[in-house]
Write a protein that binds this ligand. Structure first.
Ligand SMILES: O=c1[nH]cc([C@@H]2O[C@H](COP(=O)(O)OP(=O)(O)OP(=O)(O)O)[C@@H](O)[C@H]2O)c(=O)[nH]1
Length: 620
């Protein structure tokens, strides 16, 4: 018998626990789950410093553990299991992350740091749903983490050594097992006990419910979801960032609930007046948010254009009357804009005035390391304009650059986006900010350590090259792009240790031979073009590739049915108005890759907005 109905739903699926932990095995089998155990061979060596939060690190490790097993089993018998579960438990105190001790001395060091103090235990969990099509593996990853606070008593050195000599600490995060002798060290626990032991069962069941039993549209429990913004608000964007809640991208990262036909599922209401119960349609909260979404975007664009966030960066709160003259605007208009920004979570409003939220300080100021200011400016000045012609684009199936130029563009890049040094720089700033932010998970999506040279074709400012170089210190990366782009790329060049690994080469990937490399990278290039041009690009890469060479595609991947990937589907409309290109699903990319000898395609759905595919060039 199983208590949790969703566990029953998994009884007919092939479930694999990608963990060697006997505790995880016990917790899950006690819950009635039927599964095989295939310990992961993924080495827990991700760079902790690359993660903004410790739980981001734990979730990523859990995901990599599960993906390694999914890929291995798929390669072994060309049939992946239905579900692979990975987990990773860490102990944190301040900025310190503790995993399993390497030896007794290490265990003593850990336990004495924990003595008399409170620490957090995070378990990151990844549920990987596997789909095999045409012998290719496609995966959807749903991740979450749970935090439990644990307080240790003051512990003497003698007691710690006695505990260490028991042997218990060695295979346990933080060097203790709360479920056994280590329980004696613990004064208080706040949160899920099983999370400390290695697996947050309660949260896991909730996550399975979301994946396998989403509430029906008429389910009153659904009402609570009405508060989730339907439009891609700023909060959505920052949630996609390191370690936040599940990405709100409504895409393959987690199978979202079925679309609500635009209406919120509030319980039927009774009409007032004659006392006769009459069923009213539910209040269309989501629909109204969609209708009004453009106002939200424009409020954000305007605040950025007026440099409100630059003005408030790191400073004391300011009143609307102080801000207005500094941004050259009316007090009444400024006050309304600031209030709107506060309601959108971009500003804090207090008695003292307005100040930046943490997210505004990071993303909306014009000069931050992770600034999206350039992307906002491009969205406001170029994309906004093009979207006002969406209707024509949809009717004609063509890009709308004629509205910017007054004439049809022959080559969108040369004639529109790069039509002047200013326009080129604006586009490059937009791409740099967005790629820097969203490509950070790409290098670790696959093991690329076997490649020694990479060529980022159309690599623009080198933002992805920087991430690749950081992850693979032996990799030499060539950024290949048009001469006029390379000329401006100097504005963005890295100063750090990666600089020596990156070189820039000028050329046109439609005309010129590509620099030699054993890994070619195409980051948001193929989506710019219709299939014919894509074949031209892939053909010239294939010509340069020896068997065994790799091709890394970084794009927003649509789900195969084109029903769920909300951000990707919007982006596909964007490609229509801007370039005439499109976003595609993994099997659409596979069909484009195969004629050029790129096979063994692996797919990774990543946190953030970009996904990745790795293909290998086989002998013709
Ligand atoms: O109180 C307890 N705290 C932690 C544990 C056990 O510690 C390990 C954590 O290590 P990790 O998440 O890396 O998992 P592994 O054991 O290496 O197995 P994988 O194959 O999944 O990597 C985990 O076993 C916890 O159960 C404990 O027992 N008590």
């Amino acid at each position: 018998m199983v208590l949790c109905p969703v566990i029953g739903k998994l009884l007919h699926k092939r479930v694999v626990l990608a963990s060697a932990s006997p505790r995880r095995r016990e917790i899950l089998s006690n819950a009635g789950l039927r599964f095989e155990v295939v310990p992961s061979r993924f080495k827990e060596t991700l760079d902790k410093a690359a993660f903004a939060t410790p739980y981001g690190y734990a979730m990523e490790t859990a995901k990599q553990k599960a993906l390694e097993v999914a890929n291995r089993l798929h390669q072994k018998d060309m049939r992946a299991p239905d579900v692979v579960i990975g987990a990773d438990t860490i102990v944190t105190m301040g900025r310190l992350i503790l995993e399993k001790p390497v030896d007794k001395q290490d265990a003593y060091r850990m336990l004495s740091q924990l003595s008399g103090r409170e620490h957090s235990v995070f378990t990151g969990v990844a549920i990987v749903q596997c789909y095999s099509q045409d012998n290719q593996l496609d995966t959807r990853v749903s991740e979450f983490y749970e935090e439990t606070m644990v307080k240790f008593s003051e512990l003497s050195a003698d007691l710690l050594w006695e505990y260490i000599h028991s042997g218990e600490p060695m295979d346990k995060a933080g060097g203790y097992g709360i479920q056994a002798l280590g329980g004696m060290l613990v004064e208080a626990v706040h949160g899920d006990f099983l999370n400390v032991v290695g697996f947050p069962l309660n949260r896991f069941c909730k996550q399975l419910m979301q994946l396998y039993c989403p509430p029906r549209p008429d389910d009153p429990r659904r009402a609570e979801h009405d508060s989730i913004p339907a439009v891609d608000t700023f909060e959505d964007l920052s949630d996609v960032d390191e370690g936040g809640p599940e990405p709100a991208r409504g895409d393959a990262g987690s199978r979202p609930q079925k679309a609500e036909a635009g209406v919120a599922g509030a319980a039927p209401a009774e009409a007032e007046g004659n006392g006769t119960p009459e069923t009213l349609p539910p209040f269309p909260t989501r629909l109204l948010k969609l209708i009004n979404g453009f106002k939200t975007s424009k409020a954000l664009f305007t605040a950025c254009k007026l440099k409100v966030f630059d003005l408030l960066k790191d400073g004391a709160p300011q009143k609307a009357a102080d801000i207005a003259p500094k941004v050259d605007a009316s007090v009444c208009g400024t006050e309304r804009l600031l209030d709107a920004c506060a309601a959108l979570g971009l500003l804090e409003k207090s008695e003292q005035g307005y100040s930046n939220t943490e997210a505004a300080d990071v993303y909306l100021v014009s000069d931050g390391a992770y600034s999206l200011h350039g992307y906002v400016a491009y969205s406001s000045e170029v994309t906004w304009n093009l979207f006002t012609h969406l209707e024509v684009a949809v009717r004609d199936g063509t890009n709308q650059n004629v509205s910017l130029l007054g004439e049809t563009a022959g080559d969108v890049f040369q004639d529109v986006l790069y039509r002047s040094p200013e326009a080129r720089l604006q586009f490059m700033r937009a791409m740099h900010g967005l790629t820097k932010l969203s490509a950070r998970h790409v290098p670790a999506a696959f093991d690329l350590s076997g490649f020694s040279s990479a060529c980022d074709v159309g690599g623009c400012t080198g933002a992805l090259a920087q991430e690749l170089a950081r992850e693979y210190p032996r990799l030499q990366v060539t950024v290949f792009d048009l001469p006029e782009v390379i000329e401006l790329a100097a504005h963005f060049r890295p100063a750090g240790p990666q600089a020596a690994q990156i070189r820039f080469a000028a050329g046109d990937f439609f005309r010129d031979p590509l620099p030699p490399a054993d890994l070619y990278v195409l980051c948001q290039i193929l989506h710019d073009w219709a299939d014919e041009k894509v074949h031209q690009i892939l053909g010239s890469i294939a010509q340069r590739c020896k068997p065994g060479a790799g091709l890394l595609l970084v794009e927003m991947l649509l789900d195969e049915e084109k029903r769920e990937a909300r951000v990707g589907l919007m982006q596909s409309l964007n490609m229509l108005v801007q370039t005439g290109g499109r976003e595609r699903s993994p099997s659409e990319y596979r069909r484009l890759l195969e004629p050029h000898g790129f096979r063994q395609v692996q797919v990774a759905h990543l946190r953030g907005i970009l996904d990745a595919m790795l293909a290998t060039r086989v002998a013709p």
